[in-house]
Design a protein around this ligand. Structure first.
Ligand SMILES: Cc1cc2nc3c(=O)[nH]c(=O)nc-3n(C[C@H](O)[C@H](O)[C@H](O)COP(=O)(O)OP(=O)(O)OC[C@H]3O[C@@H](n4cnc5c(N)ncnc54)[C@H](O)[C@@H]3O)c2cc1C
Length: 375
């Protein structure tokens, strides 16, 4: 186990200070407006490109920021203080799309897409889930058939649902079936007749993130040579990103609850001086601290080149359930006001739910953990 779990080199600390400033001054003030609009403004992507937030998993030689996993998680955590939906998008774009092209893309594909992806001029999404393939991801029915006179290109037919940023994306990674048992991944440009946006999916939280369902009818996909296991193996780092998002939500809600409990008085006492409220605050403080350690452990293992299958599931499971417990307590501490839109805590409570579902539900994380320890 690497012992210095929290070490971050100086240049990365400077990057994180810029992310903090962005989150405080350009994200948090807009979080309600984006939720109401159920969309981010298009300008946010080039702005995040400028900050280096879209290429954290791309090595500098490939034109990226090339940051450690530790710093990637910190950036996602800090963004979640400002807007959890934006943090979720950044986590997915980096871990599942940019990292995919960097790892499995051909030189032509990297040349064509990576600079635009890093700059935010090419908007990205990742498409695995389908109406009949959720937790059981191998059930994907989207079929990919090679196009005879176009080596590397395939015709894709099927339907994808719950795709984050799918309504805005210029380029989507599609996981599709190439044989009875074989699946692989394809780059799909959305600006083509075979791509049909079927519906916008409105969710209880993270609403700004433009989650959609779309159909592929003889759509053209460019093959990125990889197996299903390689493509979905990127989900391990992705889960650390969702854990960071969950931690950020929990920290923000907890801070709001502490502040509120120090100001609000009933029975001639501050809420924070009442034992039931103290118990809630103490439990949240401790669970957040434990979540930080699990996340830092996962990131440190990744940076050391070790397996994070177990560590990423433990970090995601624990922090996501913590985020749900902590936001629930924080809302409770706010009383009736906690249920109103005048207080941010109700939004954090709703946004937290995604972390127990996206990139593998809690039940699936428990299966992964149990399998790892009983091998
Ligand atoms: C807002 C949002 C954004 C998303 N973004 C993306 C995206 O960008 N790209 C993408 O590909 N997908 C995305 N997803 C999909 C997400 O990954 C799936 O929703 C998730 O994996 C669960 O699949 P499902 O919804 O089909 O639930 P199901 O698989 O039908 O599961 C339903 C319930 O059954 C439980 N369950 C299933 N199998 C088992 C089992 N073997 N043992 C015990 N319990 C089990 C589950 O844990 C869950 O509680 C997103 C989802 C949401 C809500």
């Amino acid at each position: 186990m690497p012992h210095d779990l929290f070490a971050i080199p100086q240049p990365e600390l400077e990057f994180l200070a810029a992310v903090q400033n962005f989150s405080d001054t350009e994200v948090l003030p807009q979080t309600r407006a984006w939720e109401e609009a159920t969309a981010f403004p298009d300008e946010i992507w080039p702005r995040m490109g400028e900050l280096g937030l879209l290429s954290m998993t791309l090595p500098p030689a490939g034109g990226g920021t090339g940051l450690s996993c530790r710093t990637y998680c910190e950036a996602v955590r800090i963004l979640a203080h400002g807007d959890p939906a934006l943090a979720m998008n950044i986590a997915a774009v980096n871990a599942l799309v940019v990292a995919h092209i960097a790892a499995f893309g051909t030189p032509e594909q990297k040349e064509k897409y990576l600079a635009g992806a890093a700059a935010g001029t090419i908007k990205l999404a990742w498409g695995l889930t389908e109406p009949d393939a959720g937790s059981d991801a191998r059930r994907v029915k989207t079929v990919a058939e090679p196009i005879e006179d176009r080596p590397g290109y395939y015709q894709l037919n099927g339907r994808k649902m719950f795709i984050t940023n799918g309504g805005k994306a210029d380029l989507i990674i599609i996981i599709a079936r190439t044989g009875e048992k074989e699946l692989s991944a394809f780059l799909l440009e959305t600006d083509q007749p075979g791509f049909t946006l079927e519906k916008r999916i409105h969710t209880v939280g993270v609403s700004a993130s433009n989650t959609v369902q779309f159909a592929l009818n003889n759509a053209i996909g460019w093959h990125t040579p990889c197996t299903f296991e390689q493509a979905t193996g990127l989900l391990y780092r992705g889960r650390l990103g969702i854990a960071a998002m969950a931690l950020g939500i929990a920290e923000k809600a907890h801070a709001l609850a502490i502040e509120y409990s120090k100001q609000r008085e009933q029975f001639n006492r501050r809420l924070c001086d009442m034992q039931s409220v103290q118990n809630m605050l103490a439990d949240s403080e401790m669970e957040i601290a434990a979540g930080r350690l699990l996340l830092a452990q996962g990131a440190a293992l990744f940076d050391a080149g070790e397996s994070i299958v177990l560590a990423s599931s433990m970090a995601k499971l624990y922090t996501s359930e913590t985020a749900n417990r902590v936001t629930n307590r924080a809302l409770q501490i706010h009383g009736g006001r906690g249920m109103t839109r005048e207080f941010l805590v109700e939004k954090l409570w709703r946004d937290a739910k995604l972390t127990e579902i996206g990139e593998g539900c809690s039940e699936i994380q428990r299966m992964v953990i149990a399998k790892q320890i009983t091998r």
